[in-house]
Design a protein around this ligand. Structure first.
Ligand SMILES: NC(=O)c1ccc[n+]([C@@H]2O[C@H](COP(=O)([O-])OP(=O)(O)OC[C@H]3O[C@@H](n4cnc5c(N)ncnc54)[C@H](OP(=O)(O)O)[C@@H]3O)[C@@H](O)[C@H]2O)c1
Length: 304
């Protein structure tokens, strides 16, 4: 059985990856602040910016594949703390990349639509020129470059990610400084009957974390390398997406008020077009979940 090491097993995507991998691989993982306590997974506490410990754990476990699901992905925080963002999103990735190359390990790295500036009129392809407009995007692009220095490695970019993280994890502090994702935040507000202002200007191709994790495993099992976009074929603004989710869950969608990104007073420049074209992945025989299938999954997970 091949060995896989997942960095960031307490995160939204990391935790879904563990669930998918633990029957197929001998599975190892690391967490920093949030320990998910998975059965059958040998896990390590690791601050990924501790290079010595990182190298030691990888040398000890000697996996065949590493998936890096860690990131400092609070965009506002990254804007104010560029060095910290670079420590997690670039420097640690560079160390991971070097050690993986040295030990002949395939490195799979997760990235983002934020490497693009959002000025394109259509969805972005893998070969489109990246031009990040904030520190988060810049650090993620530099991280990608570290990984892609070695031919066998894989980078998988998601657009907006959403999903359901169990209370045991969503209530814990995390070093990513993004405790819950957009959908989970929205559901909690609507359940409390609170009004929310949501931008109708930002378009993206939202993907549920479960499907994103499944697509990553599909690419690994099909021995793919290079860059892949992973997002369903839809380009929807955040307001419309929120209305659809609320309606599906029978929550009061009249509490969702459309607004502009500027009125939300976001300090950080964000791109208005974050849509991704995933034809390259679809052509490998991958079928994304539809919005309704994804919402059904959330509904089911909310009950657990
Ligand atoms: N969320 C989105 O909308 C989105 C969109 C596109 C792409 N992405 C990318 O998808 C990937 C996964 O994101 P996600 O949504 O699953 O994020 P998440 O739920 O916030 O999880 C991030 C993980 O990073 C870990 N981490 C952060 N700093 C660390 C450090 N110094 N040492 C060790 N671990 C550290 C956290 O560990 P602890 O919790 O244990 O502290 C956590 O497990 C990231 O590469 C992100 O850039 C995310």
């Amino acid at each position: 059985m091949e060995k896989i090491f997942i960095c960031g097993i307490g995160g939204l995507v990391g935790s879904k990856l563990v669930e998918l991998c633990k029957d197929k691989f001998e599975t190892f993982g690391s967490f920093n602040l949030r320990d998910p306590n998975f059965n059958n997974v040998k896990s390590f506490q690791l601050d990924i910016t501790n290079h010595e410990k990182l190298q030691h754990i990888i040398k000890e476990t000697r996996p065949d594949i590493i998936i890096n699901a860690t990131a400092l992905n609070n965009v506002d925080y990254c804007e104010e703390h560029e060095n910290e963002a670079n420590e997690v999103n670039v420097k640690a990735v560079s160390i991971l990349s070097e050690i993986s190359n040295l030990l002949n390990i395939k490195l799979v790295h997760l990235s983002t639509d934020s490497v693009f500036d959002g000025t394109k009129k259509e969805a972005y392809h893998e070969l489109d020129h990246p031009n990040p407009i904030n520190n988060y995007g810049r650090s993620k692009l530099l991280g990608e470059n570290e990984v892609l220095e070695f031919k066998n490695n894989l980078v998988v970019r998601a657009s907006v990610l959403y999903g359901w993280l169990p209370k045991s994890l969503s209530s814990q502090k995390t070093s990513s400084l993004k405790q819950i994702n957009f959908a989970q935040w929205l559901i909690s507000k609507l359940k409390l009957k609170e009004k929310v202002n949501i931008t109708s200007e930002e378009f993206s191709s939202p993907i549920i974390a479960d499907d994103f994790a499944k697509s990553i495993l599909h690419l690994i099992l099909n021995k793919k390398s290079g860059i892949f976009h992973s997002a369903p074929s839809l380009c929807i603004n955040r307001y419309d997406f929120s209305i659809k989710l609320a309606n599906y869950l029978n929550l009061d969608s009249s509490l969702i008020i459309p607004t502009t990104t500027e009125k939300l007073g976001r300090g950080v420049t964000t791109a208005n077009n974050k849509c991704l074209n995933s034809t390259k992945l679809i052509n490998t025989n991958y079928k994304f979940l539809t919005l309704d299938e994804s919402f059904a999954l959330i509904k089911q997970q909310m009950l657990i």
